[in-house]
Design a protein around this ligand. Structure first.
Ligand SMILES: Nc1ncnc2c1ncn2[C@@H]1O[C@H](COP(=O)(O)OP(=O)(O)OP(=O)(O)O)[C@@H](O)[C@H]1O
Ligand SMILES: [Mg+2]
Length: 320
């Protein structure tokens, strides 16, 4: 069974009273490895497909350790100046160059604070910005023209995240980066854990129905026409959407048609089809939906609009 934990491990008691800690479902091994790697002084890259909990994991670890946490979205516009900081032109005119006129960027802020600097999508950032990070990891300090040396406080660590599958706009990060970091891979969660995550985000729904929603989302990852399937985010959205749609239609969230519409809206944009596939994403989602929830119920048998039970609607075959 999946378990919901605030961080396990030797420091499990360190969570102070009243401290909100991001709940992490499962992932005990990855948490342990990440905590140990950071403790040992290493910088870390978390590598895994979207939605596998990289940000959640790091946030929880930072909260547990009471570490400052500086978050940077990696993209092609993340120039060295944006990462490091800049001199405020108006202030410089008045006071000249100096620490008081420098506006810290996330890197300088993290170095000074001894924070965890979390760079998302590190493989999208420009080469020259990556080189700045390489220098900081090697030297433990940064030299900023006209500002001088900024040394890394003791607990400064870089944690970078990247999606291995996302070919659009991403480059392989260089071996110079890989040689300076430890690497933790995050695969898709197991079915029980995904169901527990959905329950965390959209609680109080019929367990059997939720299991099928998770099975549906997981089946997008193995379909021959699909290049990249949906993450657990698709299951979370599908579930929330079904609840909202059902309320508007005055039927149960488990209604077959509600589920199909929620699946189409939540999943058709998330799956990416193979180049050679001539079908639409909607057709693929519908096929997978019917595989989990059965064919469309005929109106005279069970249209679920008068549904008064919490069954799956539509006489679906066994789920996952
Ligand atoms: N182990 C987990 N415990 C609790 N929630 C989780 C877990 N894994 C994923 N989630 C939930 O799934 C969603 C996606 O997780 P998260 O943002 O951490 O993924 P990510 O790997 O950082 O994705 P991306 O690569 O797109 O940045 C969030 O809503 C998060 O709360
Ligand atoms: Mg993330």
């Amino acid at each position: 069974m999946s378990q919901l934990s605030t961080l396990p491990g030797p420091d499990a008691t360190a969570s102070g009273p009243g401290d909100p800690v991001t709940p992490v479902v499962g992932r005990a091994r990855e948490v342990e490895l990440l905590v140990a790697a950071l403790d040992s002084g290493a910088h870390v890259v978390l590598e895994g497909p979207p939605g596998t909990g990289k940000t959640t994991l790091l946030r929880a670890v930072a909260e547990q350790a009471h570490s400052a946490f500086v978050f940077v979205e990696g993209n092609a516009e993340l120039t060295p100046a944006r990462l490091i900081g800049h001199f405020d032109p108006a202030q410089v005119l008045e006071h000249g160059y100096g620490p008081e006129t420098f506006v810290d960027g996330p890197l300088v802020e993290a170095l000074r604070l001894g924070a965890l600097l979390y760079v998302e999508e590190v493989n999208r950032i420009p080469e020259e910005t990556l080189n700045v990070l390489i220098t900081v990891m090697s030297e433990g300090e940064l030299h900023v023209p006209r500002l001088g040396r900024v040394a890394a406080a003791r607990d400064f660590r870089l944690v970078a995240a990247m999606n291995p599958f996302d070919a659009v706009g991403t480059a392989r990060i260089s071996s110079a980066v890989y040689d300076r970091v430890c690497r933790i891979t995050m695969g898709y969660q197991g079915a029980d854990d995904e169901a527990a995550i959905v329950d965390l985000k959209a609680p109080d729904l019929d367990g059997g129905w939720r299991t099928r929603v998770v099975a549906l989302v997981r089946s997008t990852r193995g379909h021959t026409d699909v290049r990249v399937g949906s993450s657990v985010r698709g299951a979370i959205d599908l579930t929330r959407l079904a609840v909202s749609l059902a309320r508007r239609r005055g039927v149960a969230a488990t209604d077959w048609h509600v589920g199909l519409d929620a699946a189409l809206v939540a999943l058709s944009g998330r799956i990416r089809l193979t180049e050679s596939c001539t079908r639409t994403p909607e057709a693929v989602v519908r096929e997978l939906y019917e595989a989990q929830f059965g064919a469309e119920p005929t109106p005279d048998t069970d249209d679920d609009t008068d549904d008064d039970s919490d069954d799956e609607g539509g006489g679906a075959p066994g789920g996952a």
